[in-house]
Design a protein around this ligand. Structure first.
Ligand code: SF4
Length: 378
């Protein structure tokens, strides 16, 4: 126990982030403080995204104590911030307590600001076109490490965009969120209930982890589900997204059908458009046949090139033609911006570059364990 009388702070088990503390932990941490203190701090660190010691309504002595409590130091250390698209896209590279590196991307649009958060350090899914997949899996992020990325994005939006508030959160950064359901679902609750971002503004993106989709449906909330499909036949999809061998398209669509019937939430399919790989008329027709029964929406995203995957993104004219084929078949489709190509925008690419640059120095760059996805499901 740290005895910092007259303000007593109890030492807790090692934390990866102060956002790993539950409100009851705050009560334990400050045993001599009135109960309302923990609620006051809780609200401020979530709703206002401020550090506890910056909360001027707290007594000065308590603020001093909080600022010197190692357990409350930030879990994410910003080691690089880069921007592109006239500063409308910013990428943060964070080092975690154990020196792992993750990235968080903040994107501003006229009508919204969206943060793309990581849910794992690395990823075990090994999608062939993805920079994170090329690095391998290191570990699950804790609830606090996920929430802290959102807190950073709120502060950053406030600092750079004035009155504008962070409006959307997407789990499309490093990692497969539905292979870290326990921590990700807790983070969803925090982001929704404590930070105050509406469930309809929060999206989980998965490569199609069937047990995770079933659990997600059972939450009974209004969150969005996006499925990274990229191909609509098993042979092609398995070569791009190897988890398709375990959860093939028939099983995936059956699960999505149940999800749709239970939640009444429309599913989105993400389709990274790869030149000559998945952008033919046949690919479009196969995609249409999956979308119709599910009433799914399609997001077409020109692929960001990655070092380990030489294929280029589909040219814009062909992306537009592909979209027209879908629309003529009655499928709702959007062509998404390819944001941040000048700053290693592709999923995991920035962290991958840093790992290579600093190999053997400050950052961990050992090869990942050979993980079975079943080991990751909780
Ligand atoms: S695309 Fe997503 S699921 Fe696939 S390897 Fe990359 S981070 Fe993992």
């Amino acid at each position: 126990m740290l005895n910092l009388c007259p303000v007593t702070v109890v030492k807790l088990a090692p934390l990866m982030s102060l956002y790993d503390l539950e409100i009851t932990d705050w009560q334990e941490l400050l045993p001599k403080e009135p109960l309302f203190r923990s609620r006051q701090i809780w609200r401020a660190i979530h709703e206002d995204a401020v550090r506890p010691e910056q909360l001027t309504s707290l007594p000065k002595q308590l603020r001093n104590t909080l600022s010197q409590t190692p357990e409350l130091s930030p879990g994410l250390r910003l080691i690089q911030l880069s921007s592109d698209d006239h500063k409308l896209t910013e990428k943060a590279l964070f080092q975690l307590e154990d020196k792992r590196v993750i990235e968080t991307v903040l994107m501003h649009y006229p009508e919204r600001s969206t943060v793309c958060v990581s849910s794992q350090a690395g990823c075990a899914m090994n999608c062939s076109f993805c920079a994170t997949g090329q690095q391998g899996y290191f570990r699950q992020l804790t609830t606090g490490e996920i929430v802290e990325q959102v807190i950073w994005a709120i502060s950053r939006t406030r600092a750079t965009r004035g009155e504008k508030r962070l409006s959307n959160v997407v789990f499309m950064g490093m990692g497969e969120p539905l292979a870290n359901t326990r921590n990700v679902f807790r983070a969803l609750t925090r982001i929704n209930s404590d930070i105050g971002i509406g469930a309809r503004h929060i999206t989980i993106s998965t490569v199609g982890i069937v047990p995770g989709i079933k659990l997600f449906a059972s939450l009974g909330a209004q969150f969005n589900l996006a499925v990274s499909l990229h191909a609509a036949n098993n042979e092609k999809r398995s070569s791009l997204v190897p988890i398709n061998r375990r959860y093939p398209i028939e099983l995936l669509t059956e699960t999505l059908d149940s999800y749709f019937r239970v939640t009444r939430r429309r599913i989105s399919f993400e389709w990274a458009m790869m030149d000559g790989v998945n952008d033919s008329d046949t690919d479009a027709k196969e995609l249409i046949s999956l979308c119709v029964p599910l009433e799914a929406h399609v997001n077409l995203i020109p692929l960001n090139p990655t070092p380990g995957w030489p294929t280029k993104g589909t040219p814009k004219t062909r992306v537009d033609e592909f979209a027209r084929i879908l629309e003529n078949a009655g499928i709702s489709a959007s062509v998404r911006d390819n944001r941040g190509t000048g700053i290693d925008a592709a999923c995991g690419q920035l962290a991958g570059t840093m790992l290579t640059r600093h190999s053997g120095e400050r950052f961990y760059s050992d090869s990942s364990a050979n993980i079975d996805v079943g080991d990751l499901l909780d």
